[in-house]
Design a protein around this ligand. Structure first.
Ligand SMILES: NC(=O)c1ccc[n+]([C@@H]2O[C@H](COP(=O)([O-])OP(=O)(O)OC[C@H]3O[C@@H](n4cnc5c(N)ncnc54)[C@H](OP(=O)(O)O)[C@@H]3O)[C@@H](O)[C@H]2O)c1
Length: 204
């Protein structure tokens, strides 16, 4: 079944960009020869990002001057950009500018993805809005060996250990990859010895 996934690189201390919205700390970290992103993106049918992330892509990948760069990165997969400001659209790219409720947009993304996965690129609060609506199924983290101290947070929401189930670990280059299913694990059954220690009901 198709999933809604948050796939991102992060520092050890949980930042996806530094305090200047820069990813320079990430670019030079050896990602290994078997970067998993290609395999991941092959399963993606639609994706979404926030306005700041989109602006980073515009600047970093030079996609306005060279729109082919967008197509080389993302093919024809439709991309929803959440923002409240006027942003340039990459020529001939399948980009939709939206704002407001993520649930309504998510429904459209699932339809457009045609059975493939929905990728939430970030930032963290935008992904948090999907979490708030119970729409996130999986988190895939590529953890770089970097501590930033401050910056753009990975996912500023409270999710307990019951809600995050570790389903995969891997080392690729200098990155540690962790995959979590987002859901609710049932509480463990009460151990008989715990039950036995319950106080007996008072006799009449
Ligand atoms: N490490 C990685 O792999 C990775 C991945 C993703 C992003 N990044 C970086 O992390 C940083 C993330 O920036 P960020 O945390 O500021 O997040 P962001 O999500 O990229 O941008 C935040 C903006 O998105 C808009 N937005 C969010 N939710 C909205 C909604 N429901 N409706 C309308 N607009 C909405 C707002 O734009 P307005 O200001 O127009 O209201 C908000 O200010 C960027 O520098 C990006 O490049 C890194």
């Amino acid at each position: 079944m198709a999933k809604t996934q948050y796939y991102t690189a992060t520092s050890i201390d949980g930042y996806i960009a530094d305090e200047n919205n820069s990813l320079d700390w990430l670019i030079d970290v050896d990602g290994g020869v078997e970067n998993p992103f290609g395999g991941f993106f092959a399963g993606v049918g639609a994706f979404a990002m926030g306005a700041n992330t989109y602006e980073w892509v515009l600047a970093n990948d030079n996609v306005l001057a060279r729109p082919q760069n967008w197509h080389d990165l993302y093919g024809d997969a439709p991309c929803w950009v959440f923002g409240n400001r006027e942003l340039p659209v990459v020529p001939d790219a399948n980009i939709l500018m939206v704002s407001g409720d993520v649930e309504r947009v998510h429904e459209a993304m699932v339809v457009a993805a045609k059975g493939r996965n929905v990728w939430l690129v970030g930032g963290g609060d935008l992904v948090g809005q999907f979490v708030d609506r119970g729409l996130l199924d999986e988190i895939i983290l590529g953890i770089a060996p970097v501590l930033l101290g401050r910056g753009a947070p990975l996912l500023p929401r409270h999710l307990s250990a019951r809600e995050l189930i570790l389903t995969g670990t891997a080392q690729v280059g200098r990155f540690a990859y962790l995959t979590y299913a987002v859901g609710t694990t049932p509480l463990p059954e009460r151990h008989p010895s715990t039950t036995a220690r319950r106080p007996a009901p008072a006799r009449r």
